[in-house]
Design a binder for this molecule. Sequence first.
Ligand code: UD1
Length: 430
Amino acid sequence: MDRIQIRGGNRLNGSIQISGAKNAALPLMIVSLLTPETLTLSNVPRLADVRQLQRILQNHGVDIMVAGKRPGQNGHSGDTKQLSARTIADTTAPYELVSKMRASFWVLGPLLGRCGEAKVSLPGGCAIGTRPVDMHLQAMEALGAEIAIEGGYVIARARHGLKGAHIAFDKVSVGATHAALMAAVLAEGDTIIENAATEPEIGDVATCLVKMGARIEGIHTTTLRVRGVTSLHGTEHSVIPDRIETGTYAMCAGMTGGDVTLKGADAGHLGAVLDVMRQAGIGVDVTNEGLRIRRNGQALEPVRVETQPFPGFPTDCQAQLMALMTMANGTSMIRETIFENRFMHVQELARLGAEIQLHGDTAEVRGVKKLTGAPVMATDLRASVSLVIAALAAEGETTINRVYHLDRGFETLEEKLQACGADVSRISGN
Ligand code: UD1
């Protein structure tokens, strides 16, 4: 297994190209199941999760072609993929494939919408919490599907097709909103999705669906209104920039001091994160190129933050913020309200000398003057990148084991950091 070695202490200076958003690219690829025509997606990040979803979609009969690079495209412009689901060869998503990546469960809605049936493995356990799928099933049932759970599989049938419905979610779920939307676009009649998640990635999927002929109103709001259509056609769509990757590199820059431009970043997707960074004393400027993040000598100030659905502070940046606050000039309080067990990074940050106490869903982070390099273990995607942030400022060498977690969600992380002067290398293992 590969490891990443970081020798801390270098300030980051330079620019980093932000990749396409993983959390938009995955559902956009799944959207291809809804049409027999070709969906062309550009700015698709080169990530392990994307490759895994590709295997799942191919199993359903989707042809996927990756276009060659155009002249002038650099290594971080992402892939252009053409996805064609002329016929759905198989409506079963097997355990061996779904268990590797939770978002692959989201094929349920489009398969039901297009074929009237689907058999999808339950995603199973996850390191950051129980992450149930009850709301996904609630949405499918509301749209007229009969659901049974047998042998670890969700078996869903809509013999006479899906019918428009009123879906009111009790809480905000990104995945359940995607599922409801993707199923409703081909349902007969009108659907209203209330308490929909408003994450920018949902807006991106809805925008793509509209280009394909779907009728959706209320995009980017908590109430989505869908008028079902009988079929969708192909289109071309470019994936939005990754706001979590942006927030992560912004925190790398803030942690080490220095001056970094995040090219292609969309500040509009990061309001809460940028507010917190400014409170922490970090310079944040929106520029023509994207975002410029600076900290030249100013102390890091502690913050009080609670994770919330968009537009609140994202849970996917919580671990990174905690790493940043380990060296703040005082005590920060960070409350996690989305996932109950998303503090796996605390133990590992402690190995570098961080002082963090957990009180239920809240972490009390007492800033220390220095962190010291150590061997640590990546536990999940966002937790592992928080260790990178801490290691960049720690004295001496940190080795991060199990970096396959990082490869799921961060494209060429070492190269991007090296280009800004970080001492980072990957050690290939077996
Ligand atoms: C998505 C993101 C993930 C992010 C999360 C929250 C992708 C591929 N993943 O995950 O990076 O951390 O949103 O912003 O986009 N819940 C239920 N029942 C359900 C579904 C969810 O109780 O049927 C709960 C979850 O346990 C959690 C909360 O709702 O407590 C939010 O989860 P959700 O928004 O669904 O997360 P994901 O879509 O899995």
